[in-house]
Ligand binder design. Structure first.
Ligand code: FAQ
Length: 312
């Protein structure tokens, strides 16, 4: 082992954050670019399913909250692309890879939002699952990623609470509203569990990521934590989850739950989910239609630079 490698391993062992100027193994850098990049893409693609209901929110108040939430997700994408840039990759390159299907984003955003109840349920379950994963990432070993996560978690926590509050309003509403809520839970329950990734036995990246403290817990540990947190909330709403195998296990102090349909996750991850084409198409169009904004911003920056040079 070289002295650089020794210093890197010692920093990881002592829980000292790795910073952009520090030496790091190529694989550590690659793993971070992959994970942070996918995470950033998830935030910006994740704006689409909720954006679908912006013009149809049931009240002005719900619309204002949803608008703020969707804008927050764009901000999270920007923090994460910035964190990825500290590793030496341009955000344009990462973004193009996503548009070309060469980089992934979270499977959850390839499901359609069919009724208003999907919006509260996304806030509650999807942001709820995201927080469980992201709270752990506040202690990830790469400094810029960990710091971005602290701010993101605060906002996601608000998202989760507003989602649950809106679910509660539906749960206390008419029979039709209660049915709409139950239907949304039925459709989003399993995809939310899939957000945590494959089972530990089938997670090729976990061993290295855990050793380098990029990940602090395994996919199954975090999934279990999410189920344990969420089932009492489901009961409080007077709703159910679509899992006949769900049961409280007194001995372990955890809920047991049924087997996830891994073939579905695999299909969605590999571009064959219900909305994969629609999502990429929307992002491609937005990229093309936004060209004039990027050109104008660059022209303005160049003009300012010339003025500064002239003044000097
Ligand atoms: N979807 O070996 P592992 C949000 C891929 S943020 C798609 O276990 P790893 C906020 C995985 O990339 C949601 N792909 O991988 C919001 C790998 O492929 P690769 C996003 C998945 O990295 C709310 C392969 O499978 N959060 O929702 C998925 O160790 C509302 C093998 O898997 C993050 O990205 C999946 N579900 O663990 C926004 C958190 N699962 O790259 C808007 C950060 C696995 O080798 C609205 N990421 N894959 O080709 C992570 O914690 C990890 O990357 C995992 C996967 C846990 C997702």
């Amino acid at each position: 082992m070289t002295s650089q490698q020794q210093r890197f391993e010692a920093s990881i062992a002592r829980e000292c954050a790795i910073e952009p100027q520090d030496w790091m193994p190529d694989d550590y850098r690659k793993t971070l670019v992959r994970q942070i990049g996918q995470h950033a893409h998830s935030e910006v693609v994740g704006m689409l399913p909720e954006g679908n209901w912006l013009t149809r929110a049931p009240t002005l108040n719900r619309k204002a909250i949803l608008l703020a939430k969707v804008q927050d997700e764009a901000g999270h994408g920007l923090y994460l692309y910035s964190a990825a840039e500290t590793l030496g990759c341009a955000r344009e390159d990462l973004y193009q890879k996503m548009l070309e299907g060469r980089m992934k984003y979270s499977s959850i955003f390839n499901y359609p939002t069919l009724s208003w109840a999907d919006i509260p349920v996304i806030g509650w379950l999807v942001d709820g699952a995201a927080i469980v994963n992201q709270v752990a990432l506040c202690r990830t070993s790469y400094g810029p990623y960990a710091r971005a996560m602290v701010k993101i978690c605060k906002e996601e926590s608000f998202h989760q609470r507003q989602g649950y509050e809106a679910c509660m309003a539906l749960a206390q509403g008419s029979e039709e509203q209660r049915q709409m809520l139950q239907d949304a839970i039925n459709r989003f329950w399993w995809p939310s569990l899939m957000m945590f990734g494959p089972n530990d036995d089938n997670s090729p990246n976990s061993a290295k990521s855990l050793a380098w403290k990029i990940k602090r817990h395994t996919n199954d540990e975090l999934r279990q934590r999410f189920v344990d947190n969420t089932i009492p909330q489901v009961e409080m709403l007077g709703m159910t989850v679509p899992d006949p195998a769900l049961a409280w296990d007194e001995a372990s102090g955890h809920y047991r739950f049924g087997e996830i349909d891994w073939s579905e996750l695999n299909e969605v991850i590999h571009g064959r989910g219900q909305c994969n084409h629609e999502r990429i198409d929307a992002k491609q169009k937005a990229w093309e239609r936004g060209a004039w904004v990027r050109e104008a911003a660059l022209a303005y920056a160049e003009k300012q630079q010339r003025q500064r040079e002239h003044a000097a």
